[in-house]
Design a protein around this ligand. Structure first.
Ligand SMILES: [Zn+2]
Length: 398
């Protein structure tokens, strides 16, 4: 029988919900950037983007739309993947020279994070590490418009900038309500230009955000709504965009699912798959979405020992119609872990850490770092360095 007793194990968890970001969704929605910038009183705009988006022509289009609305535009177009403090400093230089009054972040999570990082330093001074944590900015920040071009991070719906310290390689999560985008423009047509590998990695990341936020210790009845819908959309969308990259409807599902996933993160944080992934990205250069997707099935199986987490996993599997209602929570969770592995295979992303250059001797150091990641504390099951060692060992050779 389907269990109706406790579909929401954290049903009485308290929450505040105050959406800070106006969402504009629809194919062609980018055309409304001028209208949005005008509403926010912009005159001199900084456009923050990456070289791929410049060569896809999106940066020129956004610049032209803003100029047509009477604004002058300065551009920082050299955002790198996993942006560093150095990348942010260079962006701030461009912003200062142009004395801007608004910022547009156009691209994947890296562009939006760089835009937020630049906003912190431009308006509040100091260095990125001064804002590591939550609510460290004293002064008002400039309005930000976020325009994602990948269905992935959901950074457009978050108040956090993830910036890597160029010296220590620590990924710093710098969060402040003032850093959240005032407007996010979600235009599925912009995501059609993603290279196949970006579609795969960012799509897997979006699914991981849904799965991880659904079970965290901080989850609430509100975050549950976003996690579930993020899962439903990305789960249905990913196989379709992998098979038919020009499928605009499925691209829309991925983009919206990623935004809901980002909203879920903002309300319930992330879990151990992200903790395990960050050291893999820092030391072996494995793309964020690949690293997260590789570790996630192992984390799902590990967490399924915690009955309330298993129940949520099974609910997700039932929502997506691939686990029969009659089965137990444990079996439902195993269905989910197995399907997540299939997604990796369909995306042509290896599930073997050894293939990616990680060896047995690297595991203890990776495990120590994973256990010290901020996100580990939100995982539903307590996860220590010894657990991460076993999880990495399991993932070494699949
Ligand atoms: Zn992620």
């Amino acid at each position: 029988m389907h269990e109706h007793t406790a579909p929401f194990p954290n049903a009485l968890a308290s929450f505040d919900y105050n959406p800070r970001t106006k969402l504009i969704f629809g194919p062609g929605a980018v055309a409304r950037i001028g209208e949005s910038a005008t509403e926010l009183g912009a005159g001199k705009v900084l456009l923050v983007t990456d070289p791929g988006i410049v060569s896809a022509g999106h940066a020129a289009r956004v610049r032209q739309l803003l100029e047509t609305s009477g604004m002058t535009v300065a551009c920082y177009g050299s955002v790198e993947e996993n942006p560093s403090t150095l990348c942010v400093e260079k962006c701030v230089e461009v912003a200062r020279r142009a004395s801007i009054d608004m910022i547009v972040g156009l691209g994947g999570g890296s562009s939006m994070d760089t835009a937020k990082g630049c906003n912190f330093i431009l308006t509040n001074g100091g260095h990125m590490k001064d804002y590591w944590g939550i609510g460290k900015a004293k002064h008002p920040m400039l309005p930000l418009i976020a325009i994602p071009t990948t269905g992935g991070t959901g950074s457009e719906c978050q108040s956090f900038a993830l910036i890597t310290d160029v010296q220590t390689h620590q990924k710093m999560a710098c969060g402040d309500a003032k850093a959240a985008a005032r407007v996010a423009i979600l235009d599925p047509a912009l995501t059609l230009s993603q290279p196949e590998r970006v579609t795969a990695c960012s799509g897997i990341d979006a699914i991981a955000h849904a799965v991880e936020t659904a079970v965290t210790r901080k989850r609430t009845p509100l975050s549950e709504v976003f996690s579930r819908e993020a899962f439903r959309l990305t789960f249905a969308g990913l196989p379709r965009v992998l098979k038919s990259p020009a499928d605009l409807e499925a691209r829309g599902w991925m983009l919206l699912g990623a935004a809901w996933g980002g909203t879920a993160i903002e309300n319930s944080m992330l879990g151990a798959a992200h903790s395990a992934a960050n050291p893999l990205t820092a030391h072996f250069g494995i793309a964020h979405g690949h690293a997260v997707g590789l570790m996630l099935p192992h984390i799902v199986r590990f967490n399924a020992d915690e009955p309330s987490a298993a129940k949520v996993y099974a609910e997700l599997a039932r929502t997506a119609n691939f686990a029969p209602c009659a089965e137990s929570a444990e079996v439902g969770a195993e269905h989910l872990a197995h399907r997540l592995e299939q997604f990796m295979d369909e995306a042509h992303l290896t599930r073997s850490l050894e293939t990616l250059g990680v060896s047995r001797t690297d595991v203890p150091r990776l495990a120590t770092e994973a256990a010290s990641q901020w996100t580990a504390q939100f995982n539903p099951r307590t996860v220590a360095a010894a657990d991460f060692e076993r999880l990495y060992m399991d993932a070494l050779n699949r």
